[in-house]
Design a protein around this ligand. Structure first.
Ligand code: 4AD
Ligand code: MG
Length: 478
């Protein structure tokens, strides 16, 4: 029997005249003659041409959009436009039938809402499969970048016993019987009876544990799922998302920003080369979609151009103070166009402000650093002004915040003061404080939201369409 090969290999390196066996799903079947078959290995369908007189009617009636086939045939130069080779079919086996009237993924345009309701089948569309191929290649490029730059990959825990990270609302992890929760004498839940003997949650970030490992392995990164229970029903938020968190001993804030910029450019460039076809397809898709928008809401640059712009230009770097002044004096602020007006120094920027800086003012990715301490986490290193911390956010066009990071507070006394000031129990962080007692060094790190980066590279509008099975408020089907 002939071994089956991937369609991708047929396009890449099969000689004309060769006999091949391929498996895949039918995208379309036209004129009883042309089967467009896709096996997921690449974006393009392989056209398989049949002489219908050679096949019995029953088989022909079973070749429908969505059904799965094994085809044996000969590779020939394509007669049609748009592809190099096609298959002249000798044998067809129907592997799995599909009812053409019921199959949800018809060969026509579907709304993304409809596809989300059919998340188990949407991977068979050209758009979603392109996005997910990019997601996979991107993950590989991320590991490759760190591996080549002397970083070690650390698997930080998903279940965490520390709830002091402050990055967001947490999901509880418990095996207690919800109908019969044990209580202590103060009528509080008695977590000593729970699985771990204490209160535990799903992690919001692997950072604190990564810091421990950086102070031994030097340069490390985590890359895993993180969970936030905030009720933000936006096109930029997921309750379960993937985050990449590098942490580097001996790095100061500027080294941290330099690394983040180099990292982002490098992986985007890698994907641009590797997934050029997918990106061109998605760029075209976006262009068509934007034709339905009023002119001023369309992107000035095509997706393809935006990607190249990011790869080839320095990110703008400004302090919080500078960003604050720009926003305060901006036309939308003066004309009261912001939902959250910029008035008092120290406020946190909202996504409308971030997008103004990036899309209207600078027209470039922007790094904002040295934020007011009162809006940032306890672990960020205090500046000499005693008002700001060495935090940095990277803001991207169309997305807003894509990276959040900082230099960490390495001075035990300063860290203890901040913890006390924020009413965090020092005991919760005993091991984190230990890191400042035994050979403490300057160190820094950041977190990149994988899905936010995919949104940028693919030009997709909703974060639910760049993760296979999205988790959002009131939504955990599949
Ligand atoms: O800014 P955040 O909260 O930073 C941290 O968690 C730090 N511990 C990172 C570090 O310094 N090691 O989150 C980092 C990034 C954000 O910039 C954003 O890209 C993404 O994670 N992110 C989300 N992505 C999707 N859905 C959400 N709900 C997200 N929350 C944050
Ligand atoms: Mg942040």
């Amino acid at each position: 029997m002939l071994n089956s090969i991937d369609i991708k290999n047929i396009f890449q390196n099969i000689n004309l005249g060769e006999k091949v066996s391929i498996n895949g799903w039918v995208r379309t079947f036209r004129s009883n003659r042309f089967i467009n078959l896709n096996d997921g290995s690449c974006m393009e369908d392989l056209q398989c041409v049949i002489d219908f007189e050679k096949f019995d009617k029953k088989i022909l009636s079973e070749i429908n959009t969505g059904s799965s086939l094994n085809i044996i045939g000969e590779v020939v130069e394509s007669q049609g436009r748009g592809q190099s080779v096609e298959i002249v079919v000798n044998e067809i086996r129907v592997l799995g039938l599909s009812n053409p009237d019921q199959y949800p993924i018809q060969p026509k345009k579907h709304s993304f809402e409809f596809l989300r309701e059919n998340a188990h089948l949407r991977i068979r569309t050209k758009t979603i499969s392109s996005v997910m191929r990019i997601r996979s290649e991107l993950s590989y490029a991320i590991h490759k970048f760190f591996n080549e730059n002397n970083f070690y990959y650390v698997h930080t825990p998903i279940i965490t016993g520390s709830d002091a990270e402050g990055a967001g609302e947490m999901f509880k992890v418990s095996t207690l019987d919800l109908n019969n929760v044990p209580k202590n004498e103060n009528e509080e839940i008695d977590f000593s009876k729970d699985f771990f003997g204490k209160e535990t949650n799903l992690t919001v970030s692997g950072q604190l544990e990564a810091e421990s490992y950086a102070l031994g392995l030097g340069k490390v990164y985590t890359f895993g799922p993180t969970f936030r229970a905030e009720n933000s029903n936006t096109s930029r938020h997921l309750a379960e998302f993937w985050m990449i968190e590098p942490e580097m001993a001996f790095y100061e804030l500027e080294d941290n920003i330099n690394l983040a910029e180099k990292f982002i450019k490098s992986i985007i460039q890698n994907i641009y080369k590797k997934c050029k076809k997918e990106i061109m397809f998605l760029s075209e898709r976006l262009f068509k979609e934007e034709q339905n928008l009023p002119k001023n809401e369309r992107n000035e640059m095509s997706l393809d151009k935006r990607i190249n712009f990011v790869i080839n230009n320095d990110f703008i770097r400004i302090t919080y103070n500078e960003a604050f002044e720009i926003l305060k004096n901006s036309t939308p602020n003066k004309k009261n166009k912001f939902k959250y007006p910029i008035s008092e120094w120290g406020i946190d920027f909202q996504s409308e402000h971030e997008r103004f800086l990036v899309e209207k003012h600078f027209k470039s990715p922007v790094v904002v650093y040295n934020y007011p301490s009162k809006i940032k986490a306890f672990y960020m290193r205090l500046n000499d002004d005693n008002k700001t911390v060495r935090a940095m956010d990277i803001l991207f066009p169309g997305i807003g915040e894509i990276v959040g990071g900082s230099q960490r507070e390495e001075r035990l006394d300063v860290l203890k003061k901040r913890i006390a000031h924020l009413n965090i129990d020092e005991k919760e962080l005993w091991w984190y404080l230990d890191l400042r007692k035994y050979g403490s060094v300057k160190h820094s790190g950041f977190g990149l939201g994988l899905e936010r980066l995919i949104l940028f590279i693919t030009g997709m509008g909703n974060i639910r369409d760049v993760i296979p099975f999205p988790r959002t408020p009131k939504n955990a089907e599949f």
